[in-house]
Write a protein that binds this ligand. Structure first.
Ligand SMILES: [Zn+2]
Length: 179
């Protein structure tokens, strides 16, 4: 640079945070087979401070991994209602994905049937009795995907074999809860 040139001006900006003068880094290997490798850095104004921060960070890392390795307490089993909610949400997601809002309605009604203990096994193993929602003295027989209710009968006659009435769905939910 020539003598008579003015030095470039340094733009004024936010004050810089002064860099720590000393730093100490190390690759910490954790685990029985040293499978986890982590770079730890400690910084400070003096070598002692940097070393102290390095060892503090290292300890935090080791404590964190020790907590991960500790056996976890067994998960608290979900209540029947919570499991039913999970099953319902799963069914609702599939129904909504298919744009089948009639099924959304039947799924909700099926949950109501299960919650009101309307599903009862019969003496013939695969056959369940499901109480009518409209008439508490009326019961329908559900065997597999077929039900004796008017809704199911109508769809079976129409050849709609993929149709599940709310009673069939209630039996499916009951079976899932028993798993
Ligand atoms: Zn039915």
């Amino acid at each position: 640079m020539a003598q008579n040139e003015t030095p470039p001006t340094i733009p004024r900006g936010p004050a810089f945070t002064p860099e720590a003068l000393c730093s100490m880094s190390g690759n910490i290997k954790v685990g029985a087979c040293d499978v986890r490798s982590n770079l730890v850095t400690g910084r400070g104004a003096t070598p002692e401070e940097a070393a102290s921060n390095f060892f503090a960070s290292r300890q935090l890392l080791l404590d964190g991994y020790a907590a991960l390795d500790r056996p976890q307490p067994p998960a608290i089993p979900l209540t029947r209602e919570a499991r039913l909610a999970q099953i319902l949400t799963c069914g609702l997601a599939k129904a909504v994905a298919n744009g089948d809002y009639s099924l959304v309605e039947r799924l909700a009604k099926a949950v109501a049937l299960v919650l009101s203990d309307a599903v009862t096994p019969t003496e013939i193993a695969p056959v369940f009795a499901v109480r009518s929602q409209k008439n508490e003295y009326e019961w329908y027989e559900v065997s597999g995907k077929v039900c004796t209710c008017p809704d199911s009968t109508k769809h079976v006659k129409a050849g709609d074999i993929g149709y599940y009435c709310k009673h069939v769905l209630a039996v499916i939910f009951t079976a899932k809860l028993a798993e």
